[in-house]
Write a new protein. Structure first.
Lengths: 174, 181
């Protein structure tokens, strides 16, 4: 080690008024006899063992075997993910979590009669679940929601408010 | 053994005909300073031996692409430091102990360490060092025992020289307090 650095360290300790100044700087540990003579060989053996392991690690035939394993894992992940999505859909599959265009398309096709059925069904659901009456305060005034988009908007709002599952609403038409 | 500079060793390894021989020279040059650096962190010889061998294996694997920007000396110290810290972390995870407990465990080992041939004062200093936070312990060891320049230490620990000086001064004061109490 450079003499200058050593002097700087001593000076630093002196300035700090440390009694460490007088120590040799040796940690006082010992090693088994001949340890440093044997170490380079031990390291070389580890490196050689690593080389052999690396060349053995992925032989060509093993790569062939790996393909179905990887495919199986990917399939499992895909199934698990789909299941997760399905679960999410079952628990939270209300209109607010669904693409509105799907329902807009549906509502564009339903007749005036079907809409009234839907309203009826929604009201029954609300009553059954002890929610505020569907009709009270939410039933559109005549003529106010004559356009399809208004009806859709109304249904979306209602479904959102009551937390109805849209499949239930649609099933109510049958 | 001829004394090669780090640059010469690197060139011999990367461009020479016999990288095994060049690496052997690197191991011989650095085995002792790196061993003591690791040993002071992990205390037990067997642990220091395993960790040091891991350091050299990692260095071997990476040396081919080593560009030498940071210098072989600081690069090897950096690997050794990281390996020693990883070892302590694993020890902590394995036994579900906070690091403080690992260090008090090390202090106990230090007490019973058969290979410790230092005098009573050395043992006292080592025990005092073990009470320091990990980073301060590293800084103190690198400066006090390895006599490393702050500039090099900054490269090893990726910390500013100012912060390292402050950390070292703090560590010296703490050790002093323990030794005089």
């Amino acid at each position: 080690m450079e003499k200058e650095t050593r002097n700087n360290i001593r000076k630093e300790l002196q300035e700090l008024g440390s009694q460490l100044e007088g120590h040799s700087g040796q940690a006082g540990f010992g090693v088994p006899e001949g340890y440093f003579d044997r170490l380079p060989q031990a390291v070389q053996q580890r490196i050689s063992a690593g080389r052999q392991h690396q060349t053995r690690r992925v032989p060509a035939f093993a790569l062939g075997r790996l393909v179905p394993v990887i495919a199986s894992i990917a399939l499992l992940i895909a199934v698990a993910f789909s299941f997760f999505l399905l679960q999410t859909g079952t628990e939270n599959g209300y209109l607010t979590h669904t693409d509105e265009s799907v329902y807009e398309e549906y509502f564009a096709l339903v007749s005036e009669y079907d809409r009234s059925l839907l309203l009826e069904f929604a009201s029954q659901q609300a009553d059954a679940e002890g929610l505020p009456s569907f009709r009270e305060g939410f039933l559109p005034d005549a003529g106010m929601y004559s356009e399809d988009d208004h009806v859709v908007e109304y249904f979306l709002d209602m479904a959102d408010y009551y937390g109805f599952n849209t499949s239930d609403l649609i099933a109510g038409l049958d | 053994m001829a004394h090669y500079s780090d640059d010469e060793l690197l060139e011999l390894f990367q461009k020479g005909d016999n990288p095994d021989y060049a690496f052997n020279l690197i191991v011989r040059k650095y085995q002792q300073p790196l061993y003591w650096h690791i040993r002071r962190m992990v205390i037990v010889h067997e642990d220091a031996d395993d960790t040091l061998q891991d350091v050299f294996v990692k260095a071997w694997n990476a040396l081919e692409n080593f560009r030498g920007d940071s210098g072989l000396y600081t690069w090897l110290y950096r690997i050794a430091t990281n390996e020693a810290l990883t070892f302590l972390k694993k020890k902590k995870t394995r036994f579900f102990l906070p690091l403080l407990d690992v260090e008090s465990q090390l202090a106990e080992r230090l007490e019973s360490e058969p290979l410790l041939d230092g005098n009573a004062m050395e043992k006292k200093i080592q025990k005092a060092i073990l009470t320091l936070p990990e980073k301060q312990r590293l800084v103190f060891n690198l400066r006090y025992y390895d006599e490393m320049k702050y500039e090099d230490m900054s490269k090893v620990l990726d910390t500013s020289e100012g912060a390292l000086k402050a950390s070292y001064h703090h560590a010296v004061k703490k050790i002093e307090k323990i030794l005089t109490s």
